[in-house]
Design a protein around this ligand. Structure first.
Ligand code: PAF
Length: 279
């Protein structure tokens, strides 16, 4: 496995592979890798000739500076995990490499960018789009792999790649045995928060089971009461949206695909999850 820190070198190495006709799969990450990330790497190793992963904690997508400071960083163990999965190249640039000058680009995602994460974390998706476009330009992959846990990010990136010839591969959420969606942030949970956090997925399962053909308001009340009864949990938002447009809906009717999305604070750690209501 090659570790590359500069975009120029990355482009050169990949152009050689491309000339040989190799297909390139790409998994962008912010490190602190867990089995969810590794499932994306595995998928690319099976599908593509070359697998490139990036490790870069992108400052422009953090609206909260203390969240950026506390974001877990484990470069050494990340490299070891990527090597054991037979990743071909790791790209791990520093801030000067990715932002030699401020990036003033402003992306417009339409209504899709204004709900849920877009509403709660102003500027977050603009920062994601800045770094993902820089990384796509550097790697020029045939396929890029993203997890469905970041459901809205996935929809926004799918919109973004209309300008690129890249296939976006959406991969299933990987969960702990107790249902908690795997996330780099889980390592920041206290014992009490970790004990309470599986209630998030259990609540989503109950919504899926009990609220078909009912009003979203009823589901919202149910979710708020269930989550907030745990001392360490605080609901930030629960929303049911059209799975394609991300427009919020009022009725849980099976005429369109719907996804229930949730963000919860476990102490100071923000966790997100989602479930497809009709699958
Ligand atoms: O999902 C993530 O880890 C990040 O948002 C991404 C796509 C690597 C961009 O920094």
């Amino acid at each position: 496995m090659q570790i590359i820190k500069h975009t120029g070198r990355l482009k050169l190495v990949l152009s050689r592979y491309r000339k040989q006709g190799a297909t390139i799969g790409f998994i962008p990450t912010m490190g602190a890798l867990h089995p969810g990330h590794l499932s994306l790497i595995k998928q690319s190793v099976i599908t593509d000739d070359i697998t490139v992963s990036s490790i870069y904690v992108n400052p422009t997508q953090f609206d909260d500076k203390s969240d950026l400071k506390n974001y877990p960083r484990n470069f050494k163990s990340d490299y070891a995990l990527l090597k054991s999965e037979e990743c071909t190249i790791v790209f791990s640039p520093d801030n000067k490499e990715m932002y030699p000058r401020p990036d003033n680009r402003r992306f417009n995602f339409g209504r899709m960018g204004d709900v849920m994460e877009g509403k709660m974390r102003p500027g977050h998706f603009n920062g994601v789009a800045q770094i993902v476009t820089k990384l796509f330009d550097a790697v020029q992959p045939h396929r890029a792999y993203f997890g469905k846990k970041d459901f809205q990010q996935l929809a926004i990136i799918q919109k973004l790649v209309n300008d690129y010839d890249i296939e976006i591969v959406a991969c299933p959420i990987i969960r702990e045995k107790d249902g908690l969606a795997m996330s780099s942030r889980n390592s920041l949970l206290s014992d009490q928060e970790r004990n309470d956090a599986p209630a998030i997925y259990r609540t989503l399962l109950l919504v899926k089971e009990k609220f078909r053909n009912r009003n979203v308001k009823e589901a919202e009340k149910f979710v708020e009461a269930r989550i907030n009864k745990y001392t360490s949990l605080k609901l930030e938002y629960f929303q049911i949206v059209n799975s394609i447009t991300l427009d919020p809906v009022d009725e849980i009717a099976s005429t369109i695909p719907l996804t229930a999305c949730i963000a919860v604070y476990a102490g100071s750690v923000r966790l997100i999850d989602n479930i497809d209501i009709f699958s």
